[in-house]
Design a protein around this ligand. Structure first.
Ligand code: HQG
Length: 190
């Protein structure tokens, strides 16, 4: 499987396992997406169902290709559990990943770009379209996250103080730290 195909299938999976726009009225436990796929309330879907839905909507891939994408993915974005798959983080649709609260390291890092700084100074970090603010355990990863949007700016987060003050943190299966929001006082602007 060449790199382009791997990225293409990975992006397709991200779209439908994280962000599928709701196509029918959701119930508390179901989100129906553009390809008629129902994730369960914890974000899992049967792999056979996913492949069938994708095929029915004109995007074909095999189970072998899916396994390759899951294994080769640079960020380990997807988790497979027996016959099911889910995105490990990054959702915009309502899911409960069931991650237990975790104690963060003293500092975490957020990668962003200059044009957001005024707003971030004023209101802190907000999840924007996702369910949680994404934080990295190291500066290098945060730099890569920020670089998706331009010249990266890395903001250290005083996660020890946040944790002490009762803010909850979770760590996704692929090592991304998640929290609901980061008020400005916990951010370090140099
Ligand atoms: C910014 C990728 C204005 C925030 C990455 C970011 C990550 C604000 C953008 C994962 C703000 C949201 C998540 C505020 C935050 N005012 N802008 N108050 N608060 N922002 O994509 O962290 O490849 O939702 O700085 O590697 O960039 O998809 O979040 O620039 O792990 O697996 O609003 O997505 O992973 O953007 O990235 P995003 P993110 P994947």
């Amino acid at each position: 499987m060449d790199e382009r195909r791997t990225v293409k299938v990975s992006k397709y999976l991200s779209k439908h396992l994280r962000h599928q726009p709701v196509g029918a009225p959701p119930t508390p436990s179901r989100q129906w997406g553009r390809i008629g796929l129902a994730l369960d309330e914890t974000g899992w879907v049967e792999i056979d169902t996913l492949i069938a839905a994708a095929t029915a909507h004109g995007f074909r891939f095999t189970r072998d290709e899916l396994d390759h994408v899951v294994a080769a993915n640079d960020k380990k974005r997807f988790a497979v559990d027996g016959t099911r798959i889910r995105a490990s983080q990054g959702h915009s649709v309502e899911v409960d990943l069931g991650l237990p609260p975790a104690t963060p390291p003293p500092y975490l890092y957020h990668g962003t770009v200059d044009r957001f700084l005024d707003a971030i100074r004023a209101e802190g970090l907000r999840p924007m379209n996702r369910h949680a603010v994404h934080l990295s355990a190291d500066r290098e990863t945060a730099t890569r996250v920020g670089a998706r949007r331009g010249r990266p700016v890395v903001l250290p987060v005083d996660s020890a103080a946040m944790h002490r003050d009762g803010h909850l943190f979770h760590i996704s299966a692929n090592g991304v730290w998640l929290t609901e929001s980061v008020p400005p006082r916990y951010l370090r602007f140099s």
